[in-house]
Structure formats: structure tokens, C-alpha cells
Design a protein around this ligand. Sequence first.
Ligand SMILES: Nc1ncnc2c1ncn2[C@@H]1O[C@H](COP(=O)(O)OP(=O)(O)OP(=O)(O)O)[C@@H](O)[C@H]1O
Ligand SMILES: [Mg+2]
Length: 404
Amino acid sequence: MTKELNIKSFLGVPIITKSGEIFGTLCAIDTSLYTFQDKEVVLLQSMATFLSYFIELENSENLYRQLVEKSPDGIIIEKEGELLYANPAAAILHGVSNEQDLIGRNISSLLVSEDTFDNDQKIIKTCQQMNTVNVMERKLKQENGEFLDIEAMEQTLIYRGEPAKQIIIRDVTDKKKVEHFIHNSEKLSLAGQLAAAVAHEIRNPLTGIKGFIQLLKGSAKENHLYYDIIMAEVERVNEIVNEFLYLAKPEIPIVKKNDMVELIKEVIVLLNTQAILKNVKISIDVNTSTTLISCDRNQIKQVFKNIIKNSIDVMSKGGNILVSILKTGTKLVVIVDDEGIGISKERLSRLGEPFYTTKEKGTGLGLMISRKIIEEHNGTISFASIVNEGTTVTVVLPIAADRC
Ligand SMILES: Nc1ncnc2c1ncn2[C@@H]1O[C@H](COP(=O)(O)OP(=O)(O)OP(=O)(O)O)[C@@H](O)[C@H]1O
Ligand SMILES: [Mg+2]
């Protein structure tokens, strides 16, 4: 190289980065013979040091960019309400495909203003240091109009030479679900203890009352109808007590192969009188020949009794309830469709919560117990609804193995 370029004099200074790596060499060359002076060596060394700073800066900028771009948390930068930067995670959380779609938008199209959801918002932590970091529970508005529970960490920074606000957005939906679950479990454990005590106190005298009514009815010459009504009412009390008792001390399930169609038909027979009274027609549509499931007969009947009863209850103007049974893969799917008043989105998420009821005489335990039973049978229960059109409850259960 020295020959090719006719280099006669050469001065080289290594460019060493902070981590000790040699990035390259900064050279001064001359085609004539020249003795470099000390001040020229010092100058070149200073230039090499200066260059190494630039390289460091470039590296750390790249690192920071990668951290921000690949962060699972959404990161946005806003100034006076206008979004200047958004990382890919922020775009995903908001529900748009490209983060560029967010740039230039107003922050209010993304984060719900602080007073809108006042009750849900709380400042978790405020560090009164050089930089104040506010961590707040807020709602993120999604492109489809839905809201996501988030934690927003706000901090001021200098962006492109100007003061701006960086907001780190963390999806806390799962955390909220766990909190909700724990809250429900606490309620449940309390309900269980209460149920055990109440059921014990009520069930014993009930058995006595039932026995004596039957005895009296046998010897009575008139008012037989009254005895039947008393018996029916006592049965209803008994049923409620049993439901409570199931919470406190679940019975050991007797698992056998059962035909789902048979179970549903038995439930329909049981509920048909109530349905007819309300002008409701219950039909069944079976689309598969494989309808056997391994289950506790009474428990599964209890589930569908509650689901169909719920449907009857919300169809004061009459209409149709359709129970469809079909197969997908190794699962049996039972869909109960009604034409009732439907359930709004906010209320839909509360289904299955203990004591959640909109009925005067409801206990609000039906769906909670149903969900528990279905989950114990390795199945799932889900709800979909359109207000004023109707509700669809879908229960999925494993089909019984050939041999069990
Ligand atoms: N098919 C449906 N259509 C509309 N709302 C429904 C439907 N099923 C359930 N719901 C709503 O969900 C609530 C809870 O139902 P759940 O079966 O758990 O309790 P409940 O029927 O009120 O009381 P119970 O313990 O006697 O069953 C109901 O009060 C009702 O508001
Ligand atoms: Mg119910």
C-alpha cells in the first residue's frame, strides 16, 4: 500500500472505544519524507479520542433505539398534546398496523383524558427527584372504540432539542384479571363459609316440614292444591339451599358416559311448563351423531337448567330458544340461542361473578356455579350478546373417549 500510494511518511493513532476495542486507525500520511512533530501527534491523538466519542454516541443511540423499538411496552413521545413518536408496541396496543399512523395525532385519541375515568384512576407512585415519574392507571382508547386497562409512566425529556413528555404504556389487563379473580375468590370463600352455616341450619328443619306436609296431605280431605303449592315452595327453598351447599362443600361428582341430547331433552321437559307460560318455544337441533360425554349427569343438567332458565327469564315477550348440538374435532359444542333482552358489553364481563344478578329473586350464583362445573369437566363456557336481539351461550366439552 505504501508503495502503491507512494507513501514516504506515516503517522497512525488507534481509535479506541470506551470498551477498549480498537475501532480503526486515524492516519496522517505524506508522499515526501517528513518527521512528524510532537504537537501533530497530540493533535491526531485528540482527533482519535474525539472520533471515539462519536462512535460511542452512535452505538448508544442505536442501542437505545433498539430498546425502544423492541420494547414490549408501548412508548410514545408527545409535545403539547401532539404525538411526535410512537414505537411498534404502542401501535399494537392501539390496534393500528403501523406506528406512523399515530404520529401527528392528538394524545386524547389514544389516552382517555384524566377526568373521564376518574374513579378508575389512581396515581400509583410519584418520585420527586430530578425527573418526576408519574405512574398512573389509565385507559387506552383503541382504534375499534374499546378501552384497555393500562399503566402509564410519564416522564419529561428533551426530544430533538425541545422539552417533551415520554409516556410508557403497559397493558395491565391480565394483572387486572388476576386482581379480579382474587377479589372473587375472597368473596367466594366468605360465601362458602356462610353457605355452610346457613344450609346446615335450614336443611334440617326443611326435611321435617316436607315429611309432615306429606303426612297431612295424606289425611286431608280438602285443600289438596294448597298442600301442592306449599310442597313446591318448600322444594324451591330446598333447591336454593342445595345451590349454596354446593358452593360450600361440592359433592363428589359421579362421572359416567352420558348422552348430551338426552340430558338437554330432560332439562327441556323440566322447564317447558315455565316456557309455555311465557310463550317461549324451546327447540333442539342436533347436527352430530357423536353426542356422548363423560360427566356427572346432575351437574351438567344443573348447568343447562340455569342457562335455559336464564333465557326464559329474559323473554317476557315470548320467542324462541334454540339449543344446537354440534361437533368440532374432539369437542362437543352446545349453543343456546335466545331472543331475549340481551346483555350490554359492560354487563357481559360481569357474568359469572358471584351474586351478580338483575333479578329480584335471583341469587346470582347460577352462572358462577355453571362455569365452575363446566371447568371441572375440562370445558369452557362463553357468552355473546346483542342488546334487544338476544344472547348466545356456548358450552364446549370434550367428547367421551371410546373406552372409559
Ligand atoms: N340469556 C341471558 N340474557 C340476558 N341476561 C342474562 C342471560 N343469562 C344471564 N343473564 C344475566 O346474568 C345475571 C346472572 O345470571 P345467573 O344465572 O348467574 O344468576 P340469576 O339467574 O340472576 O340467579 P340464579 O342464581 O337464580 O340463577 C342475570 O341476573 C341476568 O341479568
Ligand atoms: Mg340463573
